[in-house]
Design a binder for this molecule. Structure first.
Ligand SMILES: Nc1ncnc2c1ncn2[C@@H]1O[C@H](COP(=O)(O)OP(=O)(O)OP(=O)(O)O)[C@@H](O)[C@H]1O
Ligand SMILES: [Mg+2]
Length: 360
């Protein structure tokens, strides 16, 4: 499995040509990390180059202008937003083809915005992303910010909601004003926090004003920035809020095919990936990712094959023997089984022998 993708290479070249030094350095660091496994020597060379280059030659940069005065909470003086630039993604997102088309179309609209302006149109400015936890909403926001080469500003609405709604309103207004003052992607995470508040709000009037502020902000959003709202509960949203977004993208749990693709992208052999994905239902990428990381730790500590730890983590009540048995029944070659599961060939043939003896 090649870890450094063509897309990464293109990103690096285009950063280099555009003179985007910071972004280029970040991408090269990610690349060096990815190369570590398959070409350690190349990775080391790259790392040493990176080490010696910091602070050298001033390359002309087309850095976006990020204003210094990010909004803070009036009482605590804590920053309300998390700002990231450049946004670099070190995973290859696996989307269903419909989502892939929707996201790519969003980017193309921005790349061809001049054409749209000429026709009196503008690229999509606001995007509502709904779906269960851990299926890639935040990742999609990062991916868009990275493709559009804009800073990503994240506001967690659940954490900014204080019992004193007047203050919450002021904080949100400050964030919206700030984010619409320069080109950026603003991600309003947990967008339903406001809708949820409706049930227990003591001051209904104040809450209504807050919702109005938000709806107005979506209506008046400038052509220069992107507003993304993410929620686990789009069903809680007012139709008035829902219809204001230029685009709505629904995220869902990955299908078996996508899980298999995802596992393969994480260097899991294709037969094992197929075996595991066929047995998972309504599981998020976040859960699978955590299981892979745990399995890696277990396999080092217990000195066991990663495949066996992974089966333990993801498939309750199954063992590596079950997998070998199924693969043999599906006529997968012993050589392939041994490679996919990372176990010696002799272990597979020994297993076949014991099974045969058992059947006699
Ligand atoms: N489509 C995907 N392809 C590859 N990895 C993914 C994908 N979706 C999610 N992941 C991984 O799963 C983890 C959780 O994803 P993310 O934070 O985007 O979920 P989310 O939908 O925003 O969840 P929440 O609703 O809890 O905020 C991340 O580490 C991310 O890299
Ligand atoms: Mg998220």
């Amino acid at each position: 499995m090649i870890n450094v993708t063509n897309e990464m290479l293109i990103d690096v070249v285009s950063d280099a040509l555009a003179g985007k030094r910071e972004s280029l350095l970040m991408r090269l660091r990610v690349m060096a990390k990815k190369l570590k496994k398959e070409s350690p020597e190349l990775a080391n060379k790259l790392e040493s180059l990176l080490l010696h280059t910091s602070g050298a030659v001033a390359v002309e940069r087309a850095q976006p202008l990020i204003p210094k005065a990010a909004p803070v909470d009036a009482d605590s003086r804590q920053k309300l937003l998390v700002e990231t630039y450049p946004v670099v993604i070190d995973v290859e997102p696996v989307w269903p083809s419909k989502t892939d088309v929707q996201l790519n179309r969003f980017v193309i609209e921005w790349e061809m915005k001049e054409r749209l302006y000429k026709e009196g149109l503008h690229p999509s400015r606001s995007l509502l992303m709904g779906g269960p936890p851990g299926v890639g909403k935040t990742l999609a926001a990062k991916w868009l910010a990275s493709k559009l080469d804009m800073p990503l500003l994240t506001l967690d609405l659940a954490s900014v909601m204080s019992s004193y709604l007047g203050k919450t309103g002021n904080n949100i207004k400050a964030v919206l004003n700030y984010a619409s003052s320069f080109p950026c992607v603003l991600l309003l995470d947990e967008f339903d926090a406001i809708a949820k508040k409706r049930d227990d709000a003591t001051d209904v009037g104040e809450l209504k004003r807050l919702v109005t502020v938000l709806l107005q902000a979506i209506d008046e959003w400038p052509n220069t920035s992107v507003l993304i709202a993410a929620t686990n509960h789009s069903e809680l949203l007012d139709p008035a809020a829902w219809r204001r977004f230029d685009r709505v993208i629904d995220f869902d749990y990955p299908t078996k095919d996508l899980i298999q693709k995802y596992l393969i992208s994480k260097d899991i052999g294709d037969n094992l990936a197929g075996y595991i994905s066929a047995r998972l239902d309504k599981v998020s990428y976040a859960v699978i990712e955590r299981a892979i990381n745990q399995a890696k730790r277990n396999s080092i500590i217990e000195n066991s094959p990663l495949s066996s730890s992974l089966i333990d983590e993801l498939l309750e009540g199954e063992s590596i023997e079950d997998v070998i048995r199924t693969m043999l029944a599906e006529n997968v070659a012993q050589r392939k089984i041994s490679r996919d599961l990372g176990i010696p060939r002799t272990q597979v043939s020994k297993f076949v022998k014991t099974e045969d003896e058992g059947n006699e």
